[in-house]
Design a protein around this ligand. Structure first.
Ligand code: F6P
Length: 364
């Protein structure tokens, strides 16, 4: 069950006076020790936190770094930025961040701290080294901004170090459980949509069928949202079975009824797009074109919604650390800011099949 963090909206938290260095609250979460007895800030309270962006970058990560840094400084904390994700944490690459370090970044895609995929963080040795960096730099709390893999790493690090860690979901895939939206998803949807709208122009002019492959790893959230918004005739996602015979039959029928072009949006995890394109071409005899949008979806100016989420999540994460919380992730569910234990992040998040059915209905 989700719990709302408290009755104070996060933005109101910003109006609070800087916290005095109160002793941290050594609480237990879910009846299990969260190892706060090894918490280095101890009774002296939190002084210094670190922020790390990890895994695939997502537009809005910079807005999130800014929110973490400025909220923390406002509350009297020092902030260190970890460079190159967990790789940098393992190798001890940290730098002090000030209010000025995060000036003019709210509108930038990518992450100023840089990021990396880090295999070493999946090993005990990697986690030990990362924990060592936290201890050596006298870091009392950490905010990890990333996707489900990064949040797993955050949990392992939290268990191993006993240092409070709060995870913030950021990924264009939107595949993190415990939140309706991740930072970056809305931007990626809009970037893909913009590309598809352009492709539709040429599809209409040439009377072609286009297959457009979007990212999403092994989940279909991005494809579903993009497909619905683009008015795609078909959406292929890994979660829902599809039949190429059926799709080909429907494409032919639609053409007989006068529909001269169609858009099929497919998730990268829904199969091999070149193979699907060849199959549909063979079954229909139509001129099929394939366009893979690729990494364009990961970059660009974050949308207002991505920045909004990033700002609220970042501020909320710092607030949680100050309250002595660790091993949690923040999210937004039904419009409310919620928290879950970090382990919730990689539970299987359900795809809203109603959107799929709606898209089918509207495309006919
Ligand atoms: O998780 C974000 C994502 O862009 C996925 O959609 C995609 O499958 C993957 O990352 C690509 O990973 P990499 O950046 O390691 O090539």
């Amino acid at each position: 069950m989700a719990t709302t963090t408290d009755s104070i909206p996060p933005w109101e938290g910003l109006a609070l006076k800087p916290l005095a260095r109160k002793p941290m609250n050594h609480r237990k979460e879910s009846g299990k020790s969260i190892m706060l007895e090894r918490y280095p800030g101890g009774d002296k309270g939190m002084k210094r936190i670190a922020v790390v962006t990890s895994g695939g970058d997502a537009p809005g990560m910079n807005a999130c770094i800014r929110a973490v840094v400025r909220t923390a400084i406002f509350q009297g904390l020092e902030v260190l930025g970890v460079e190159r994700g967990y790789k940098g944490l393992i190798e001890g690459e940290v730098e002090a961040l000030t209010r000025r370090s995060v000036s003019g970044i709210i509108n930038l895609g990518g992450t100023i701290l840089k990021t990396a995929r880090c295999e070493e963080m999946r090993t005990k040795e990697g986690i030990r080294k990362a924990a060592q960096t936290l201890i050596e730099n006298r870091i009392d709390g950490v905010v990890v901004v990333g996707g489900d893999g990064s949040l797993r790493g955050a949990w392992e690090l939290f268990k191993a170090s006993g240092i409070p860690i709060i995870g913030i979901p950021a990924s264009i895939d939107n595949d993190v459980a415990g939140t309706d939206y991740t930072i970056g998803f809305d931007t990626a949807v809009n970037t893909a949509l913009d590309a598809i709208d352009k492709i539709r122009d040429t599809a209409t002019s040439h009377e072609r069928v286009f297959i457009i492959e979007v990212m999403g790893r092994n989940r279909g959230f991005l494809a579903l949202h993009v497909g619905l918004a683009a008015g795609a005739e078909f959406i292929l996602v890994p979660e829902i079975e599809y039949s190429l015979d059926e799709i080909s039959r429907e494409l032919k029928e639609a053409r007989e009824k006068g529909k001269r072009s169609s858009i099929i949006v497919m998730a990268e995890g829904a199969g091999s797009s070149p193979k699907i394109a060849r199959e549909i071409a063979r079954k229909t005899g139509f001129d099929i074109r394939l366009s893979t949008l690729g990494y364009i979806q990961r970059g660009g100016t974050p949308t207002a919604f991505s920045r909004y989420l990033a700002s609220i999540f970042g501020s909320e994460a710092v607030k949680l650390l100050l309250k002595g919380k660790g091993g949690l992730m923040v999210g937004i569910e039904n419009g409310e800011i919620t928290t879950h234990k970090l382990t919730y992040a990689w539970k299987r998040k359900p795809l809203d099949r109603r959107l799929y059915r709606l898209s089918n209905l509207l495309a006919t």
